[in-house]
Design a protein around this ligand. Structure first.
Ligand code: APR
Length: 248
């Protein structure tokens, strides 16, 4: 795979790089993206109808069971070459910030340090009343588990539509976008705010934009370098070309 010389040089010389990932980075790990249809018994539901506080209020068990189903698939999923390439970049670039919209924890599983999780993590749950976070909990088939402290219903520790993103993570993501020289947008349709605004902020501050996505997105026309295809193929090839094949 050929890459523009300008990009390879920019990658080699960059001191500060930020990368935003979306569901497309986990697609080759077998996890479906948000815009792909759901399958099985969940095919009749749209994520937008389940990943909301109102849906949980109305039917906590249904929402809890959907996340339990997704969590099972996350536990079975393995990081793919895209995750490993990003973990490699953290070792090769002086200041590399990885920001993800994904809740599957696969970046951490691949060895990426200090992952900024904008939308939380499905492997954690939290009390819907007092906010206490749990990484382990009693699982009863018939009812939604409750908080050991206040007996409130537990819910996935993820950001639902209409909810605010964790302020510390959001500020860290904006700071990384503002200060980077190269901003990567990988495997995201770039339609959900505020994550989708990070690339434009980086661009306004003078960063060059690299997009790697299976299809064109609203960001594509603004990208200095845009590659359409699989992140698990393109990213490893790019890291290899930039850092392991010095210019002849
Ligand atoms: N490699 C690269 N890109 C891929 C791959 C792949 N193997 N497979 C799919 N894609 C692309 C798709 O073309 C799509 O543009 O990844 C993108 C995934 O987009 P979405 O499904 O919209 O996922 P994402 O952008 O992460 O959604 C953002 O929206 O639903 C909410 O909170 C949820 O975090 C999610 C947010």
């Amino acid at each position: 795979m050929e890459f523009p010389r300008k990009l390879l040089e920019a990658l080699r010389q960059a001191q500060r790089i930020a990368a935003l990932t979306g569901a497309g980075v986990s697609q080759e790990s077998g996890l479906r993206t948000f815009r792909e249809a759901q399958d099985g018994l969940w095919a009749q539901y749209r994520p937008e109808d389940l990943a909301t506080p109102q849906a949980f209020q109305r039917n906590p068990k249904l929402v809890w069971d959907w996340y339990a189903w997704r969590r099972e698939r996350v536990y079975q999923a393995k990081p793919n070459p895209a995750h490993y390439a990003l973990a490699e970049l953290a070792r090769l670039v002086p200041h590399f910030t990885l920001i993800t919209q994904n809740v599957d924890g696969l970046h951490q599983a691949a060895g990426s340090p200090n992952v900024i999780e904008l939308h939380g993590n499905i492997r954690r749950v939290r009390c819907s009343v007092c906010g206490q976070v749990y990484t382990q909990w009693e699982q009863h088939a018939e009812e939604v588990p409750r908080c050991r402290s206040c007996n409130g219903l537990l819910r996935p520790d993820v950001v639902w539509f209409g909810e605010n993103l964790p302020p510390a993570e959001l500020e860290a993501a904006f700071e990384a976008a503002r200060t980077c020289e190269l901003f990567f947008s990988i495997g995201t349709s770039g339609v959900v705010q505020p994550a989708a605004s990070l690339a434009y902020l980086a661009r306004r501050e003078g960063a060059r934009i690299v997009e790697i996505n299976a299809e064109a997105t609203p960001l594509t026309p603004f990208a200095d370098f845009a590659f359409q295809g699989k992140a698990g193929v393109i990213l490893p090839a790019l890291v290899q070309a930039a850092f392991f094949n010095p210019p002849h």
